[in-house]
Design a binder for this molecule. Structure first.
Ligand code: FRU
Length: 436
């Protein structure tokens, strides 16, 4: 498989979800992801694999991880990558269903599965020995005061000053939490502590902790976080948490931001880019396969910066910097889509192919109702918190994903859309595409 994608990595003719094992390794970006290769629906999880030299052109590399062990026989769930002594180490959650759904053995019933944290390595980032090289590093948790035997998953590993650290998403007594582990050798891990926040959903998925200029940031995806009738009650949020390595404890504050105010992005994962910036990428949830063929894609990588108590997410300069070809009409854009720049004044409306935008009551608002037909179960109208410096927009438009960066990354609002037209309604805007 050597299919190429531009700007946004898309599912290679199947189902994909979370980004996994995102890393710049041996001169290339590797992005693994949750994948069910046989269908456009979620199923027994494998890790798909794509690579890029520039974060713009992505090449699919097929399946990297697949179930082989008792502990991952029902799926290789999400996880992360680190480099150590020139080698790639992948950590992931292996699941084992105790009760398979007889009508679809790729799913379980009654939440009956166990979750173990597992590891596999690679010399070059491309070859994995799924039979001989996998080990279980943390068996299913037996002590329920620590966390749940099945809903504990998504190891994110990082190098601290004196040791390796792992953060896991988990749940106990119907509240979400993260578990923190320490290791000296990437093989033996000991539980250190947990951190939680009351009222933020029953279970937490895909935690990711990192520091940007000494400020700790925790990104995670709590389930049942939003109290809404609509789907997607699970959303990705970020907080200015602080991790104290000496005692291996994390403090989670009361305030949080949405990772993205379009609420479609989920399970974000960060890494360090070739220049040392902290960047994050996330899965765009899609209610329907495009042309019945593929389901799931990733947003553009975003650079994370913290100023005061606010986290900014800006389009990666290596990607944004490619939109240099001025065009007059969206039809002149190629496969990479186009960038639309504009500034709205209070009350002004704008439409991009049926996707309606407005600057209203000091907030940026979007309405995708006209380009999301048949999905009433999912929210269609979104808004950012109040803006303080006008409403300057950099909007990246792809056939099925619109990413709106408001005021240079103060807020981002990204939406999945279907059936976008080439018609733009609005004043004072400029369009750019990437060079062919
Ligand atoms: C988040 C998630 C993860 C899990 C994976 C399974 O979308 O539920 O917690 O590891 O997807 O595909």
């Amino acid at each position: 498989m050597s299919e190429q994608n531009l700007i946004h990595l898309k599912a290679p003719g199947c189902w994909i979800n979370d980004p996994n094992g995102f890393i710049y390794f041996q001169g290339m970006y590797h992005l693994f992801y949750q994948c069910f290769p046989y269908s456009t629906q979620w199923g027994r999880m494998h890790w798909g694999h794509a690579v890029s030299r520039d974060l713009v052109i992505w090449e699919h590399k097929g399946i990297a991880l697949y179930p082989t062990k008792i502990n991952d026989r029902s799926g290789c769930f999400s996880g992360s990558a680190v480099e150590h002594n020139g080698k790639l180490y992948l950590f992931y959650t292996g699941v084992n269903y105790t009760e398979e759904d007889p009508d679809n053995i790729n799913c379980c019933i009654n939440d009956t599965f166990t979750a173990a944290q597992m590891r596999i390595t690679s010399e070059d980032g491309f070859h994995f020995d799924n039979i001989r090289d996998k080990i279980t590093v943390i068996p299913p948790i037996e002590d329920q005061s620590i966390g749940c035997k099945n809903h504990t998953r998504d190891p994110k590993v990082w190098r601290g000053k004196d040791a390796w650290y792992m953060i896991l998403g988990s749940t106990a007594e119907k509240e979400g939490r993260v578990l923190l582990y320490r290791s000296g050798d990437l093989e033996h891990w000991t539980f250190q502590s947990f951190a939680e926040h009351h009222g933020w959903g029953w279970g937490w998925e895909c935690p990711d902790y990192f520091e940007v200029e000494n400020q700790g940031v925790l990104i995670f995806s709590p389930m049942e976080f939003l109290k809404t009738e609509k789907l997607y009650r699970a959303v990705a949020i970020c907080t200015l948490a602080q991790f104290d390595e000496t005692v291996c404890e994390m403090k989670i504050p009361d305030s949080y931001q949405m990772l993205d105010y379009g609420l479609d992005l989920y399970a974000p994962q960060s890494t360090i880019d070739a220049q040392g910036r902290r960047i994050v990428i996330a899965w765009a949830r899609m209610p329907e396969a495009v042309e019945g063929k593929w389901n799931g894609m990733f947003c553009m990588p975003r650079v994370v910066e913290v100023k005061g108590d606010h986290v900014y997410f800006r389009p990666h300069p290596d990607v944004a910097g490619r939109f240099t070809r001025p065009i007059q009409d969206p039809s002149e854009a190629g496969k990479g889509g186009y960038l639309l720049r504009t500034e709205l004044s209070e009350g002004e409306v704008f439409s991009i192919g049926g996707y309606a935008l407005q600057y209203r009551d000091g907030k940026f608002c979007a309405d995708r109702s006209a380009v999301f037909a048949g999905h009433d179960e999912i929210q269609c109208r979104f808004e950012t918190p109040r803006l303080h410096n006008g409403c300057h927009l950099a909007i990246y438009v792809d056939s099925n994903l619109i990413e709106v960066y408001v005021n240079d990354g103060e807020y981002v609002l990204t939406n999945v859309v279907y059936g976008l037209s080439n018609e733009i309604r609005g004043d004072r805007y400029v369009l750019f595409a990437i060079e062919d």
